[in-house]
Design a protein around this ligand. Sequence first.
Ligand code: NAD
Length: 243
Amino acid sequence: MNNKLEYLKDILRKSDNIVFFTGAGVSTESNIPDFRSSTGLYNSKFKNYSPEEIISHSFFIKDPKMFYEYYFDKMVYFNALPNPAHKAIAYLEQIGKVKGVITQNIDNLHQLAGSKNVYELHGSVYRNYCSKCNKFVNTKDLLEKKNHPYCECGGLIKPDVVLYEEPLNGQIIDEALEKIINAKVLIVVGTSLTVQPAASFVSYFRGKYLIIINKEETHVDKYATLVFHDSAAKVLSEVVKEL
Ligand code: NAD
């Protein structure tokens, strides 16, 4: 571990074109459960529905009240704070090394930690819009309306989160891929790399150093320069020391 950490520090010292690609595992140490760890949301059912069924576009349209019951119970964490992994990534951007953070997360913790160039592939739980008049609705106001999630105009209010069966935002895809294609170092943190199409973005990387920090094995480990099967907060807080 120490030799690997020293090697990673050396790579970071020499580079000013680093891109991070993050997933739910970067936020588990902020007490937000991921999907696929043993304590993740996929190991629990809700009223006999799997998370994939409930967090889908068709379920949202069919039963918005039950969708929001699940959503506010399992996916929105108003009190979550950035952990040392988010903070280390933000610090690396502040000192001019990180060009972008591409995240599958919807929790806003990278921005709360201070990251500026964040590309949210799956949206954010902090934005909601009326699907008829497009009016913005704050998430705390939406929580109060969760049993009747409708705008004054009668339209259904939808979180700005990409649900299963929905496409990603084309402009964000283009910007994120541009960052990955031009990066010299790509650091993948806390993602099982199984949710498509986001997970396939890593294959666009053409740079020199691919680093994986994930508690469990991923299918791209074999292509990586360095792999840490460890806590993101532990590895990243250690690596930014003395940079
Ligand atoms: P995932 O649940 O499929 O995989 C998470 C990975 O992170 C696992 O392989 C696990 O081993 C690893 N991990 C867990 N804790 C870790 C830690 N402390 N340090 C290092 N690695 C750790 O998550 P995914 O690949 O991001 O895909 C899940 C989808 O669900 C994403 O699309 C995301 O939008 C959404 N989601 C988001 C959040 C969030 O915003 N925080 C939470 C749950 C799910």
